[in-house]
Design a protein around this ligand. Structure first.
Ligand SMILES: *Cc1c(COP(=O)(O)O)cnc(C)c1O
Length: 458
């Protein structure tokens, strides 16, 4: 018999989770205004809300915590982080921040002015939020193939060079300070960007005097896909691939809660000393002194160890194979999911799942609600709620895709949990025709409404 693939780690500590009854869930979700961000975690059996900050640290990361240096300035933990970032990404300078959006806040305080245009590949919601907050605009240049959920393309995160070139043709180039490349492309389904695309985007941006900033939350997963799918990279190590990826960038923002496998943390990496110096002023103002910026020494230590672990092939293979395992079960049952599967999550195509529900009734959120009621699984909407209103017209923006994301936390759940999730999704799919209406908004915030929105069932 061929030996199956199995996880390349074992457990040393566990946390108890509890199931609930459908009746309980009906009550809890109503009290939460049909917004799963309002649910207590104890009301959730399997939590797929996000893979952000929800990973399990390794024994070595915990060991590193004990070695943290909590000095205000010049801590060894800071120097370790500086050396790690230089080693992996090639950047001489960096600023620690408390998480990814803080990195955006600091960097964009220097780079983004009112009226600016920031092209990229489906900017992440906080990225877009920080840009629009400064009265600047994003332009999505993701390739069209990304919007066909069943079409196989190895790098659906790629930017369309023609779309990007057009942005530079249509706007004065001094209004375009940077191009943001998000790896993997979270919003369009955790899809990778190829090395070739990174190289070409970088050349194009630089030709027009714009910087290239990599929004790097899932850089290691992106590198894994390059190794597996792109010609010429099969024999390169993940670290070599990462080094090349970042050689095309002028700066990076990082949410360490993803591929650094820590529960909190972030940073900005800089190729340019002058940009680092300008950003330092804002870091001190918003985050903390440049040698800790919102992080404790022990957290910086764990982060460094996490970066090295997430750039190990064995770790990445275990992770991505788990996501594929769940995807295969859903596909076998005919559930419409985005293909190929991304690195950190399964994305269910809610428009195909519930074609009978009008887009005005928040199709993807309706599926989130059903999945919770069915099995106590907490997923998240990546659709009209997340897309928010147009900042100028205040009309709902209806994205081309209405997705439900099942984000898989790193090293947390077993494949038995994947079996349970698959059964729950398939059960809802089997009774999909009985669900004929969606939700209506009762209350929402002016920006990033999905976190706090209050809904009612129709
Ligand atoms: C999570 C994330 C961010 C924001 O990071 P936080 O740590 O949540 O503040 C930015 N960009 C991408 C692509 C992300 O996935």
């Amino acid at each position: 018999m061929e030996l199956p693939f199995a996880e390349l780690y074992k457990m040393k500590m566990v946390e108890t989770i509890r199931r609930s009854t459908r009746e309980e869930r009906e009550r809890w979700l109503k009290d939460a205004d049909y917004n799963v961000f309002n649910l207590r975690s104890s009301y959730v059996y399997i939590d797929l809300l996000t893979d952000s900050g929800t990973g399990a640290m390794s024994d070595r990361q915990w060991a590193e915590m004990m070695l943290g240096d909590e000095s205000y300035a010049g801590a060894s933990s800071y120097l370790k982080m500086k050396a790690t970032i230089k080693d992996l990404f090639g950047f001489n300078d960096f600023l620690p921040t408390h998480q990814g959006r803080a990195a955006e806040n600091v960097l964009f305080s220097v780079l983004v002015k009112q009226g600016d245009i920031i092209p990229g590949n489906s900017h992440f919601d906080t990225t877009k939020g920080h840009i629009e907050f400064r009265h600047a605009h994003t332009v999505d240049c993701t390739i069209d193939e990304a919007f066909d959920t069943t079409l196989y393309h190895p790098f659906k995160g790629n930017l369309d060079l023609e779309k990007l070139e057009n942005v530079f043709k249509e706007h004065p180039n001094e209004r375009i300070p940077m191009v943001i490349v998000t790896i993997t492309n979270n919003t369009s389904g955790g899809q990778p960007v190829s090395m070739q695309n990174l190289r070409e985007v970088s050349a194009l941006a630089h030709r027009h005097g714009a910087l290239v900033v990599i929004d790097s939350a899932r850089f290691a997963e992106n590198a894994y896909f390059i190794k597996m799918r792109e010609e010429g990279y099969a024999n390169k190590s993940i670290k070599e691939i990462v080094q090349e990826m970042f050689s095309y960038a002028d700066a990076m923002t990082m949410s360490s809660k993803k591929d650094a496998i820590v529960n909190m943390g972030g940073f900005i990496g800089f190729a340019d000393r002058a940009l680092y110096e300008k950003a330092s002023v804002y870091n001190i103002m918003f985050e903390g002194f440049v040698t800790y910026g919102g992080m404790s020494g022990r957290d910086m230590n764990a982060l460094c160890q996490g970066l090295y672990e997430s750039t190990e092939f064995d770790y990445l293979q275990t992770r991505i194979k788990q996501v594929e395992y769940l995807a295969d079960k859903l596909l076998t049952h005919g559930v419409p999911i985005l293909q190929p599967t991304g690195g950190h999550a399964i994305f269910i195509d809610a428009k195909k799942f519930f074609p009978q529900i009008p887009k005005e009734e928040y199709v993807a959120q309706t599926l989130v609600v059903e999945l919770y009621l069915e099995a106590g699984i907490r997923a998240v909407e990546v659709g009209t709620l997340l897309a928010d209103r147009d900042p100028d017209t205040r009309e709902n923006r209806y994205p081309r895709l209405e997705l439900v994301r099942l984000a898989i936390p790193r090293r947390v759940y077993t494949n038995s949990h994947m079996d349970y999730i698959a059964a729950a999704v398939c059960n809802v799919y089997d009774r999909r025709n009985e669900i004929v209406s969606g939700l209506v908004i009762r209350k929402e915030a002016p920006i990033m409404r999905h976190f706090t929105v209050e809904l009612e069932r129709l």
